[in-house]
Every structure is written in C-alpha cells, then in structure tokens.
Design a protein around this ligand. Structure first.
Ligand code: GLU
Ligand code: ZN
Length: 289
C-alpha cells in the first residue's frame, strides 16, 4: 500500500514551490491508489505560527488537495525524537558541540573540534552525530542515482540544536516512520539532507522510503523561492490558474476546459507520469514572472 505525504513547514504562507510539492505528492499518491497524509512541520516553535498553519490548510482546501486521515504534527512526536537521540547517545554515536556559528563560519564540513566531548557541558551545546566515512547511495525516481559520503559533505551533523530544537533530518525520519509513509515526493532542496536521513534510518532501524525529488522553483536570478518571498505567496482566489501553472511545471499539459479544481486534479491523476517531471534540481518559475 502506497502512503505518501505533504509536510509543509508552518512558518510562513505556502508559495508556488510548496504548491508544486503538494501537487506532485498528491498526484503520485492518487495515481497509485494510495493515501496522502498531511503533516505540519511545526517543530521549530519559535517560528511556527497558527496563522501560517491556517493559511496552509486553507490553500490546500482551495486547491482541492484533500488529505486522508488526521493531520499529524511534529510536536506530537517530541518524545520519540528524544528517545532516538538517547539511542544514538547510548551507542556512543553523539557528542556535545559548543562551537559558535562564527567559529564554523568558513567550514563546509564540521572539522570535528568537539568530537571527544561526551559529557554535557555547562554552556549551551548542540548535539551532533558522528557520521561514517562511507558512501551512501539511493535511487531517486526523478533524479536517478544519488550518492555521497556524509564525511565529505556536512560532516557530523546536528541532531539537537543549542536551543533544544530537534533538527530536521532526525525529526523527518521519525515522522515518516510513525505514519507508515512509503513514498516521499518533495523538493530537490532536500536532496542533500536525504543521505543524512538514510544514515539515521539505517542506524535507528526505521522504515526506508522511496524518494522522488522534484526540481525547486527558482526566480530568474537563480535564488530559490522561500517563505520570505511574500510576493510569491499563493493567491487563493485563482486556484485553477495556480494548479495549471504547477501542472505545466510538472510536465503535464492540461487542456483549458477545466474550470474546477476537482475535475482538473482528476484529469491530472489520470495523466500523471513521474517520468515527465523535468529532471534536475531547479526550474525557472516561468509562469509567475
Ligand atoms: N517541512 C519541509 C519543508 O517545508 C519538508 C519536509 C519533507 O518533505 O520532508 O521544506
Ligand atoms: Zn564543536
């Protein structure tokens, strides 16, 4: 049984790039007669807002993207995250890091300064996980074969931030495991983090997912659209138009006769072929400029 999901971070309104991820994951799930779950990624409580949450839900509803079952939230999994960190710690795989942002400013790979710090210091510290110096690979349904060595990339990565906020790669592997997700369809900006996630999944013995990373939407200057770009927040008054834009970017060519989101999505589900999604990590947002 296919179980897919959409997991918006609720720190700002959805933009066209998030709609693209929502539509792609929805269509892939529906085309497989699968379930499509909704999770609110609200672990960063300093930034997540109830407003953003309501806007995200309203946007999905306006666009006919109805999810199955109850909405899940990262804050509900907090104990599970802490247990996972404890498991890593009890196996000697973590250490406390007191390095400041400034100290690491010029490092793309964590240089290992605090690797031997196994006791909790009296100053604020993050918790990092020791990564093995081996190559991981997986086959992405859109991007093809992806491989990399965590030790050469980010290096020992953070699982718990100094402010006691669980990091995204740790949270997401637990979330997807708990909800029985089989298929992850999301933006290629998360491709790099996927190797860290696979490492955590295997280390913690969690369920593995199939991945499909869709290209992220760039503005003309090559900058990724982000939640801060309010100009790109989705206009809920034009859902058909927005969906048509998203479908074009996903390699479909919707006929102009559909004036209703449900009929348009039903058509798109019939037509959905992940092989038509443009490969590559980014595409220009040609519709909205
Ligand atoms: N919450 C993440 C985001 O909005 C996506 C998480 C995921 O799809 O794995 O960027
Ligand atoms: Zn350090």
């Amino acid at each position: 049984m296919y179980v897919g999901r959409f997991a918006p971070t609720t720190s700002g309104p959805l933009h066209l790039g998030s709609l693209l991820a929502a539509v792609a994951s929805y269509l892939d799930a529906r085309a497989h007669d699968g379930q499509w779950l909704l999770r609110l990624d609200d672990i960063d409580e300093q930034r997540a807002t109830a407003d953003a949450e309501q806007i995200a839900l309203a946007t999905l509803k306006h666009h006919g993207l109805s999810w199955d079952g109850l909405i899940s939230r990262q804050v509900h999994n907090r104990d599970r995250y802490w247990n996972a960190i404890d498991t890593l710690r009890s196996r000697g795989l973590t250490f406390y890091c007191t390095c400041s942002r400034k100290k690491l400013r010029n490092e793309s790979t964590y240089p290992g300064y605090c690797r031997t710090r196994h006791e909790k210091p009296n100053v604020p510290a993050s918790i990092r996980v020791l990564v093995p110096d081996i190559e991981f690979s997986f086959t992405d349904r859109i991007q093809g074969s992806v491989r990399g060595n965590l030790a050469d990339q980010e290096g020992d990565f953070i699982v718990l931030r100094k402010e006691s906020i669980v990091s995204y790669p740790l949270a997401v592997v637990i979330d997807d495991d708990v909800t029985g997700v089989t298929d992850v369809v999301r933006g290629a900006d998360l491709l790099e983090s996927t190797l860290a996630q696979i490492f955590l999944i295997r280390t913690l013995n969690l369920s593995e997912q199939r991945y499909a990373h869709i290209p992220v939407l760039n503005q003309r200057d090559g900058v990724k659209l982000s939640k801060r770009d309010r100009a790109f927040a989705i206009d809920n008054r034009t859902p058909v138009l927005n969906l048509v834009s998203a479908l074009h970017m996903l390699g479909l060519n919707p006929p102009s006769k559909y004036k209703d989101v449900h009929k348009l999505l039903a058509w798109a589900t019939e037509q959905w072929d992940i092989r038509s999604v443009p490969k590559g990590r980014s595409i220009l947002d040609f519709m909205s400029i």
